[in-house]
Every structure is written in C-alpha cells, then in structure tokens.
Write a protein of this length. Structure first.
Ligand code: 13P
Ligand code: SF4
Length: 357
C-alpha cells in the first residue's frame, strides 16, 4: 500500500538532471624526498600556533587521518564530524572532507573560523540537489515533512525540517512515522529506498545518487562472496538495493568500522570508499579487508571505490590553508539561521537518544 503510493508519486516526479562536472581522476601530489615528513611536522606546528583542530573524514588521505589522530582532532563519519566542533575549544576548525561537511561545521559553530584544504571538493548528492529545483519541489508537496541528508548545501538544509546522516536516518524516520508524518526525502534515492524499506514510512524520494557507491556491482559481489564464504559483507546504504540486499551489516562509515571490529569473521568484503581501510585495519589489525567490486574495473573509472572529491584533500593544501588562513567557509547568515534549525534538530535527537540508550 505504502510502496504503491510512493511509486505512484514518483511516476509524476521529474528526476533532476545530474549534469555536473566530475573532477576526473585527481592527480595525487608526488613528494620530493623528505617533503612529506616536513609537511607533517609543519602542519602539526601550525595547528598549535593557529589554535586550530583537524576534523577529517575516513575517506581522506591516510596522512591527514594520522595527523588528526596525533593532534587531538577527530577522524569520523559525517555525524561525529558535525558534533565535534562544538565540543572542542579551538577557535579554528579545519575540515578535511567535502564542502557540505565544512558548511555543516559553520552552521553549527558560527563563532568559529572554518577552513578547508580545498573549496573544490564537491559531492554528487549535493550537486544533484540544487536549491533552485529542490525548493519548488518542496513547495509543491506542503503536506510532507522535509528530511534531507547531510550531503546537501546550506540552502537545501535551510528549506528542510530535519537533517540526517546515514547513521541516524532510520531512527529519525521511524520517529517521524510514529508521529504520523509523511516524508519528502532528498537527495540520495538509494539511501531513501533503504530507509523506506526498513521503516515502512511513506516517503517521496528525490533521485540523486553517490557516484562512488552507485557503482558497486551486485553480480560481481555475489561471485566474490562465493569465493570467500567466510567473509562478512559490509555495505554503506548509499549503495544500490541489489548490493545492500547481500550485506551482513548496513551502516554509516563508523558503524561499518565497529562491525569489522565486533563480528567474529576474519575476512570482510567492504562496499564503501576504500579510504576507510586505514581505520578498519587499525580497529581490527588481524583481519583481512577486500574491496567490493565496482564498475569499470581495469578500465576508465574515475570514482571506483574512492571519492574523487575526497581525494582533493592532501598535505600541501592542508599546510597552505593553515599558513594563509585561506579557503574559509562562508554561509550567509539568514541561510545559516534557517539551516541551523534542521541541523540542530538532528544533533539534539542524537543527544537525547544517547542519553536514553
Ligand atoms: P558517513 O556519514 O557514513 O560517513 O557518510 C558520508 C558520506 O559521504 C558517505 O559517502
Ligand atoms: Fe558524496 Fe559519494 Fe563522495 Fe560521499 S563518497 S562525499 S556521498 S560523492
């Protein structure tokens, strides 16, 4: 019944064009002998002298994750990245990730300076949900509560009633369903579909996708799993349903790392960005991790199991922003105030839930 309504509504819904530029394969810096070590030392010193802290996502370069760990910063999923700035006294947050992560930090911490190693790191979900198309879509469905994934720009968050991340989406939608609310969900259709299947909520879905997770291939995954029957399959919910349906655990990046640590299996097939292996190996050093197969293996593949925008963060541009105070995130105040309502609602929901659990 609910699925029928969703399908019916979707048939009237013009999926947004997803004609945005991809960065292509991002060349990684080649360091001169000794340069890498010197950059790491310089960054650590600059973090102290600039009263700054590094907030990095699991998909970023291992050196950046290591620096964040060594200097009292954090390496985490997008929910914990959002929550961290508020709990840390530093006056500058340096966010290594993609732009929506820097914007979320600014929305929640207006008094702090938020810098990013690059302002060119986009996200296909954010690009696939431009506010000039999303806002009229919401206006056309006034009876629905607007729930947006954190992977959106500040103007989209400003139009939303709730912001969620993958680690909390099911709980928030269950909560709204209990209140009898119908949902307009954006932008990730795969995550939206997954949340709809798990909760049974009435959800109208925007149709954007993640160019990294969308490419995991169900048939190749099933073949690999047949060769490794001992392996547990860990899947991020931005992946297609045919991949999610094979998972032993579906969850946010942090939840997948925890599963790798807690499950008894020795071997794991992992369907998410391979940047996560750095922390997974730390969390479970005696275990074996394999990439789930994605499209374009051995051929042209600009986003197979690694986000091209996350790859734009590296030691040189991190050092440069710390040195020059450049690449500061700006969010117009009237948008920030409206985006704060929906974003803070998520943070408060998580805080309440953790106090109860
Ligand atoms: P997480 O919140 O699970 O870290 O996901 C963020 C993201 O962009 C995954 O592609
Ligand atoms: Fe966006 Fe996908 Fe990159 Fe995550 S991995 S930042 S969802 S493009």
């Amino acid at each position: 019944m609910i699925m029928a309504e969703v399908t019916d509504k979707l048939s009237n819904f013009q999926a947004p064009e997803t004609a945005y530029p991809l960065p292509g394969s991002v060349p990684q810096p080649v360091y001169a002998p000794g340069e890498r070590r010197a950059l790491i030392a310089e960054i650590k010193t600059l973090l102290t002298t600039r009263d700054a802290v590094l907030v990095a996502h699991y998909y970023t370069d291992e050196d950046l994750q290591m620096i964040a760990d060594d200097t009292g910063g954090t390496v985490s999923d997008s929910l914990e990245m959002a929550r961290f700035g508020n709990q840390h006294p530093a006056s500058t947050l340096v966010v290594a990730g993609v732009r929506f992560m820097g914007e979320t930090a600014k929305i929640l911490n207006p008094e702090k300076r938020v810098l990013m190693p690059t302002l060119g790191a986009e996200c296909s979900l954010d690009l696939g949900c431009p506010p000039e198309r999303f806002i009229p879509f919401c206006d056309a469905h006034p009876g629905r509560t607007v729930v947006v994934y954190a992977n959106t720009c500040a103007a989209v968050k400003a139009r939303a009633d709730w912001v969620v991340t993958s680690s909390i989406a099911v709980d928030v939608v269950n909560h709204l369903k209990e209140q009898g609310e119908k949902i307009l969900w954006a932008p990730d259709r795969y995550l939206g579909n997954y949340v709809q299947r798990v909760t049974g909520a009435d959800m109208l879905l925007w149709q954007a996708s993640c160019i990294v997770h969308e490419r995991f291939k169900a048939e190749a995954l099933a073949n690999l799993a047949r060769h490794h029957p001992d392996a547990a399959i860990l899947v991020h919910p931005e992946s297609p349903e045919s991949v999610i349906s094979q998972a032993d655990v579906v969850g946010s990046t942090t939840q997948l790392i925890r599963a790798a640590q807690q499950l008894p299996n020795k071997r794991f097939i992992v369907a998410t960005d391979n940047g996560i292996f750095y922390k997974m190996k730390q969390a479970a050093p005696d275990k074996i991790f394999m990439e789930a197969p994605s499209a374009g293996e051995g051929a042209t593949c600009e986003s197979c199991a690694h986000c091209p925008w996350m790859a734009m963060n590296h030691l040189r541009n991190l050092r440069d922003v710390l040195k020059n105070g450049s690449n500061e995130i700006q969010v117009p105040e009237e948008i920030r105030i409206r985006a704060l309502r929906s974003t803070q609602r998520m943070v408060d929901f998580v805080n309440r839930k953790r106090n109860i659990d």
